[in-house]
Design a protein around this ligand. Structure first.
Ligand code: NDP
Length: 296
């Protein structure tokens, strides 16, 4: 039987509609949630991400401000921007778009963001607190995956979850979320990487298989257990000369094959991707709500 398609676009639209209502209430109290993005250099993908984040903010009534700086910026200048944003009362969330130029130490910049405004959830304080099950913010892509499962009544509790990829922004924080002894988690998690020996066998054990590798259509039908939930985080460009733009986007999962085995599957595009921005907005609104409570 073909899998049910998990519609991340619809879920993210639902979340944005819910946020819009919260933002209206905040505005009635004189608070406009504010997100600041720092964009260094002219990486086209980063430019696209930052622009779509700014557009998404404006659409739901949030304030957004983008700090564009040349790739020649030095560490001190970047530090000055971040510390200035930490102090601003109208800014609830700060993100520094990755990647930064090679001469800038990304971690050294991240640690300067006030953890209470770290809506990307990348600050070591939030990463550490995530392991303890008590972060101020959870990083957006894994948080979006957990939220997608929740909204499709997919309960990871007691399930065998296999995550392909151990990056700091997806694999590791997702594993930390799913092993927590709490509702919506409580799973048995295996994290695979490029040095994993028996990857295929491990994948076939998974009740929930999550691919975050950046390898186009790596996961084939024969790696998926009958009835498994398959979540595809990957976004890969592959050449397609039939299209005007010359490429198409595919995930890390061979969708057509895997959907014949899975019970649920996320498409690319339209699966996990839209959830990342929705959770970024959600974190910023949570931060603004904290500002309101503090002001009372
Ligand atoms: P990284 O490149 O940082 O990490 C990739 C991970 O996959 C690494 O742990 C790597 O192992 C592992 N890996 C790569 N190839 C193999 C292989 N052949 N076998 C086993 N493991 C492998 O990627 P990200 O986590 O940043 O991103 C992963 C994908 O998700 C990308 O396509 C990216 O575009 C997409 N993405 C999508 C987002 C969204 O919003 N939907 C957000 C973030 C990312 P090792 O550690 O050993 O090198």
């Amino acid at each position: 039987m073909a899998a049910k398609i998990i519609d991340g676009k619809k879920v993210s639209d639902d979340i944005k509609a819910e946020l819009k209502i919260k933002i209206e209430s905040l505005r009635a109290e004189g608070i406009i949630p504010g997100l600041a993005a720092v964009l260094v250099g002219n990486n086209p993908a980063s430019e696209t991400y930052v622009n779509s984040k700014a557009r998404a903010c404006e659409k739901i009534g949030m304030y957004s401000e983008v700090f564009r700086r040349d790739a020649s910026i030095n560490h001190e200048e970047l530090v000055e921007i971040v510390l200035g944003l930490n102090k601003r009362n109208d800014i609830d969330g700060i993100l520094v778009q990755s990647p930064l130029p090679k001469h800038i130490d990304e971690l050294a910049v991240t640690v300067l963001i006030d953890p209470k405004k770290d809506v990307d959830g990348f600050h070591p304080y939030n990463v550490g607190m995530l392991l303890l099950g008590q972060p101020i913010f959870q990083s957006c892509t894994p948080y979006g995956i957990v939220e997608l499962m929740k909204r499709y009544n997919i309960d990871p509790s007691g399930k065998e979850v296999v995550i392909l990829g151990r990056s700091n922004i997806v694999g590791k924080p997702l594993a930390a979320m799913l092993i927590q002894k709490q509702k919506g988690a409580n799973a048995t998690v295996t994290v695979c990487h490029s040095n994993t020996g028996n990857l295929r066998e491990i994948c076939r054990r998974a009740d929930i298989l999550i691919a975050a590798m950046g390898q186009a259509e790596f996961v084939k039908g024969d790696m998926v257990k009958e009835g498994a939930v398959v979540i595809d985080v990957g976004i890969n460009r592959v050449v397609d000369s039939t299209l005007e733009k010359g490429y198409k986007l595919v995930g890390d999962v061979a969708f057509e094959e895997c959907k014949l085995k899975a019970s649920y599957i996320t498409p690319v595009p339209g699966g996990v991707g839209p959830m990342t921005i929705a959770m970024l907005l959600s974190n910023t609104v949570i931060s603004a709500e904290r500002r309101l409570h503090k002001s009372r």
